[in-house]
Design a binder for this molecule. Structure first.
Ligand code: FAD
Length: 406
């Protein structure tokens, strides 16, 4: 197969940029057009809720010089439709031989006429940062990854507003109630008021209308209740969408010559036997390697052991694998370190523990807190798919790699 003459990439985030870098690294010399809705060059998002929010960074641009990639960058331009080998934007039309969709995701917002901040873009972050100062009545809605990181940054800046969460524990959707619940103590230890099981009806001027009728006054409201893939513009294009853009193992959509990567793509996982969509930096980094290879005529499959990290209240939290369908949860170490009732130190910042999920005798996912070695070894064990000994895995003194059954 000959290389495509013109590759168009829609979405100028990490996944879009990485796609172009990979195409060029593989020797592709044809035309490349990058269409991005934001006026900015591609930048990194993880620091927005971490170092950038506490003022240790002001800019996270990934590649200030796109010239070396020989890209026609069409910034501040949004893709609006796709039909018959042509991508339509709000400023033009682009014929393509191959198209890579990398439009990411956008935050969900709550009903109500009050001002609500979200944290997705660099501009969102730069707008929010100066508001997080002592004396601001802050309210964060959602105790997921972003809510927790934002509460961490706000506390570091001396701005401790309540975090209001509808579920019974933080991170319930991502980690399940048993594991997610272990993080609740971190808020209290950092002096942050975590209000669990509390829904929000609306963001109104001056505060939150809480489910049940109570009112929570707030000068600054940040809504951090999740994101949805940015795919509505594909309606009528023939690209199948169901919680993201449906792609096969080779990251091909239902329209020939059109691929999808990153937060917007729901890929068929051979490893887990189901369709998965992740909002993980690591996926946006690596899936483009496969998409680029296949744009250039390859037949590579994308089948990762997914990886995600988060930094919360002084702790490094890392999650590797996918625990959907896992049958058994095994603790490595006591998450509460004895717990307050036992005179322990629940919430102690340096405390190290992990939780492992097994499906039968295979390790399928692992969450580690301050335990990067467990995570690294767990990743390899999950990848290899070899059986493990649950009793040994429950002993945090035994390295994860020494828990495999040979
Ligand atoms: P995006 O980064 O969303 O980029 C997509 C781009 O496409 C955007 O610029 C968007 O404006 C543009 N676009 C959308 N629609 C259109 C259109 N119609 N036409 C043209 N352009 C369009 N992950 C981790 O693993 N660990 C972390 O600690 C972590 N921290 C994070 C902190 C924050 C604050 C955020 C927001 C995310 C964090 N993530 C983290 C997630 C990670 O950043 C994402 O998974 C990653 O950015 C996804 O990259 P992407 O390129 O697929 O999508």
């Amino acid at each position: 197969m000959t290389d495509p003459e013109h590759v168009v990439v829609a979405g100028a985030g990490l996944a879009g940029l990485r796609t172009i870098e990979e195409l060029r690294d593989r020797g592709y010399a044809g035309r490349v057009t990058l269409v991005g809705a934001e006026a900015r060059l591609p930048y990194d998002r993880p620091p927005l809720s971490k170092k950038l929010m506490i003022g240790e960074l002001d800019d996270t641009t990934l590649r200030p010089d796109l010239d070396a990639l020989d890209v026609q960058a069409r910034l501040a331009e949004s893709a609006t439709g796709l039909s018959g080998g042509v991508l339509t934007t709000d400023a033009g039309r682009y014929d393509f031989d191959a198209l890579v969709l990398a439009t990411g995701a956008r935050p969900v917002t709550l009903p109500g006429a009050g001002r609500q901040h979200v944290l997705r873009t660099l501009d969102d972050a730069l707008e929010l940062r100066p508001l997080l100062r002592p004396g601001t009545a802050l309210a964060i809605v959602g105790a997921g990854w972003i809510g927790a990181e934002l509460a961490t940054a706000a506390a570091a800046l001396g701005c401790r507003g309540p975090v209001v969460e509808a579920a019974a524990v933080p991170l319930a959707a991502a980690l399940g109630p048993e594991v997610g619940g272990q993080t609740a103590a971190w808020y209290a230890a950092a002096g942050v008021d975590l209000r669990l099981g509390q829904g929000v009806d609306a963001v109104a001027p001056g505060g939150l209308a809480l489910a049940g009728g109570d009112w929570l006054p707030a000068d600054v409201v940040v809504t951090a209740v999740g994101v949805r893939p940015s795919v509505s513009w594909l309606a009528g294009s023939g690209v199948e969408v169901a919680n993201g853009i449906c792609v096969d193992e080779q990251l091909r959509t239902t329209v020939p010559g059109v691929f999808a990567v990153g937060d917007c793509a729901a890929f068929q996982s051979g490893r887990y036997g189901t369709r998965l969509r992740f909002e993980h930096w690591d996926v946006a980094l690596h899936a483009p390697e496969v998409a680029a290879a296949n744009v250039l005529g390859g037949g590579e499959a994308y089948d990762p052991v997914p990886y995600f990290w988060s930094e919360q209240f002084g702790r490094m939290v890392q999650y590797v694998g996918y625990h959907g369908g896992a049958g058994q949860l095994i603790w490595r170490g006591d998450p509460q370190d004895g717990g307050p009732a036992a005179g322990g130190t629940a919430g102690r910042v340096g405390h190290r523990w992990a939780a492992a999920w097994l499906a039968g005798d295979r390790l399928v996912a692992l969450l580690s807190v301050n335990a990067p070695r467990d995570m690294l070894q767990g990743r390899r064990v999950i990848s290899s798919g070899v059986p493990v000994d649950p009793a040994r895995l429950a002993d945090p003194q035994i390295p994860v790699r020494d828990c495999v059954l040979r």
